[in-house]
Design a protein around this ligand. Sequence first.
Ligand SMILES: [Zn+2]
Length: 184
Amino acid sequence: MKIDQTTGLLDTAKYLPSPHCNERPSDIDMIVVHNISLPPAEFGTGWVEKFFCGKLDHSAHPYFETIKELKVSAHLFISRLGVITQFVPFQMRAWHAGVSGFDGKENCNDFSIGIELEGTDDSPYETIQYQKLADLIQILQKTYPAITRQRIVGHSDIAPGRKTDPGPSFDWRYLDCVLATCSA
Ligand SMILES: [Zn+2]
């Protein structure tokens, strides 16, 4: 797994370009971990990928009507099976954090990479998702050394009171164990 510095794309990820992105005003120095599933708590439906590409069929499920105005994206999505999809090149700003702040700076989209895990706040994540996330973190830290471990956080850490993901089901200590042993 490696990043093509010219295109800003991972060589091993499936690339589905999202229109929900624009130029970054700042250098990359942070990773934000999220969860998503569409419809909520249903996995492997293919709707998340369509949602991030602005191609959700709003009539397909009642929940989709409630999110039809949202224009959001993430750089990366890790499915329950560990399949990685990229939607936005790393040098571009994806729209995943919303109103947010960390370490004295607001608008975390400006300087972060957003990684979505397929899941919910209260269902345990798959081991393969931790492994893929750890692989991604190691590759991203090599490319963007300003991403220190303290700057790998959850959406709930940068938008407290507004966002709860990746939720209590995300085991940060287990992630650190996987990071300590993996060699991507
Ligand atoms: Zn989130």
